[in-house]
Design a protein around this ligand. Sequence first.
Ligand code: NAP
Length: 277
Amino acid sequence: MSDHRIPLAGVIGNPIAHSRSPRLHRHWLKTYDILGDYIPLHVEGDDLEVVLKTLPKMGFVGVNVTIPHKVHALHIADQVTDRATLIGAANTLTFLADGKIYADNTDGYGFIENLRQNAPDWQANSGPAAVFGAGGAARAVIVSLLDAGAPEILLSNRTRAKAETLRAEFGSRVTVVEWVQAGNMLEEATTVVNTTSLGMKGAAEFRVPLDGLRRDAVVTDLVYTPLRTPLLDTAEKMGCTTVDGLGMLLHQGVPGFERWFGTRPEVDDALRRAVLA
Ligand code: NAP
């Protein structure tokens, strides 16, 4: 019997109403004239496993997973990529034909591809990277920077213990810096990354002193609401190359879309406009 089901994908989270992923994937489905859909799915933690086991029976080929389910999803999966294991969380699940769940984490990939696309001269190995924050997003950023060849990660977080945990996990190329001295990291850093929620609309301001920023530094902020954060504004005025965080969101979607729908999609201005609309 032939299978005429329309391939479905989606994003599972709680809350999920404000996710931009449906706009992202629907733009690609339309651009490449692919029959399929991408649906936001509000799922409670206790229901995650049963939902993931049921979705393939309804025509789902895969899902993105977001807060608060990224770590749980990794444990439910049958097969896990090395990068998802290292990061300790999954954001992209594919439902395989044999019923197994294949888990990946594409956040670090999205982070690096965003820098490569928007700061083409950026080299991970040009010098130490300064990373502000030690939450879930920082894990993906640190794993991908180390993998890309950053010689050292200077890491500072308000709660020092969390930064120490990451240092213990990711090794001697990570150096923890006290939060009150975070500005000192900038004197050496050729890559600067804000992975905290500071500077986000509705959150506290990013108050780390920036006078130590090097002019040859590439500065990026994972916060993308607003698109031009005060960190990026200041860095740009000081002559640094700056890259906003929206591109990370766009690029992290590429591997999942390709796996689910069979076409490798482009990240371009039309996509940015569609997601920002
Ligand atoms: P998370 O796990 O909750 O971590 C939050 C981080 O922000 C922690 O390091 C936390 O420090 C720090 N922080 C929060 N409030 C602070 C304050 N008042 N002062 C100093 N530090 C503060 O969140 P996450 O998942 O890592 O996400 C972090 C940010 O990245 C969010 O804004 C998220 O939207 C953004 N993000 C963007 C993308 C993208 O594609 N562009 C992808 C993932 C995440 P403590 O440990 O001391 O609490």
